[in-house]
Design a protein around this ligand. Structure first.
Ligand SMILES: [Zn+2]
Length: 177
């Protein structure tokens, strides 16, 4: 399936929070997470493991009976991931994520808005300054995510949260890079 970029609201670009940058690929704008922290302010961005050419978000993750590191694509709306282990989906595929720096929990209560997903846990990625954050659904494979930007007007955060560039199972639009 062809990539169909979604317009990013100008109102959001005017209040683009620290930690999120705008990049252009093939003439289309994309939001990329360039800074993310655990609850204690430690950076969880890994410069050495890159996905789509950008540093990834590194989590310590336990899935079922297996655990290791999980690297998440920093492109907003992408759900590409790399694993240092083989996730055990027998328990439903919910991730227990902790900071790779200090081991603190990244999990928060969350009601996933995606149809068919009943996940009650989300992974909290804190943006610099601690005021803004991103929550990713704790169920592997679920595209559910939410951005909370304190300065953004009502509705803007919601429309950004609804951006999903790459639907589940669609062709990777960056395959030519
Ligand atoms: Zn979900």
């Amino acid at each position: 399936m062809e990539l169909v970029p979604i317009d990013i609201p100008i109102e959001f670009l005017q209040v683009l929070p620290d930690g999120i940058k705008l990049v252009s690929r093939r003439g289309h704008p994309y939001l990329v997470l360039e800074k993310a922290e655990d609850k204690n302010g430690n950076s969880i961005i890994d410069e050495t493991v890159r996905i789509h050419g950008e540093p990834s978000v590194k989590l310590r993750a336990k899935v079922g009976g297996e655990e290791g590191f999980l690297f998440v694509d920093a492109y907003w709306g992408s759900h590409a991931k790399l694993y240092s282990f083989i996730p055990d989906f027998s328990g439903g595929g919910t991730v227990e994520a902790t900071s790779p720096v200090d081991g603190s929990s990244l999990m928060v209560p969350w009601e996933c808005p995606i149809d068919g997903c009943d996940e009650k846990h989300g992974i909290l990625l804190t943006l610099p300054g601690g005021q803004n954050s991103i929550i990713v659904c704790g169920k592997l494979g679920c595209p559910g995510h939410l951005i909370k930007v304190t300065r953004a007007a009502e509705g803007i955060s919601e429309s950004i949260s609804n951006i999903n560039y790459f639907g589940h199972g669609e062709e990777d639009p960056f395959s030519g890079f």
